[in-house]
Design a protein around this ligand. Sequence first.
Ligand code: URA
Length: 210
Amino acid sequence: MADRVHVIGHPLIQHKLTLMRKKDTSTASFRRLLAEISQLLAYEITRDMPTQLVEIETPLMKMQAPVLAGKKIVLVSVLRAGNGLLDGMLQILPSARVGHVGLYRDPETLEAVEYYFKVPKEMQDRDVVVVDPMLATGHSAIAAVSRVKETGPRAIKFACLLAAPEGIANFTEAHPDVDIYTPAIDERLNDHGYILPGLGDAGDRIYGTV
Ligand code: URA
């Protein structure tokens, strides 16, 4: 597997993902589990973020202590299911800036078509994490990352909840410079572009629209 694909095999994440896959898991539980996994993923994704020393004063003395360096990270959610990952990540990155990419999947071609795009200013000084739970064909993730690249950020990572081998292959071919973070790589896609065994339609399961 390419060096840039990071499978986050942490037991807590694996356990929670299994609960999410079960067809009888309620909307409330699905949402809570997604928020919990998102926080754990954010912890892994930010592991290499640079820090800088600043002077602070504890109740006892002054010291040089580390804080995150540079401008605030940007989380870019691929609507609508990306918002599930986004909400959890914002709980441990509360100062993160947020962008949104609106894409729908053409049912015939399975290609991504953009209908909305908004990101913060000064992207050239920022690191970006694009979030979309299901890396299936990879079309929407590829389109979202291509669009974000046009804004010239310092670096981009991509985070999902589940990936298909087809999506990984397509994505790494289109964006060999972008790291992928996923808790699992499933078997394959079905004829409708759904991941097998997967967990179904992530947006429907997050929002109870099944
Ligand atoms: N999108 C989903 O929500 N689920 C899949 O399995 C594939 C794409």
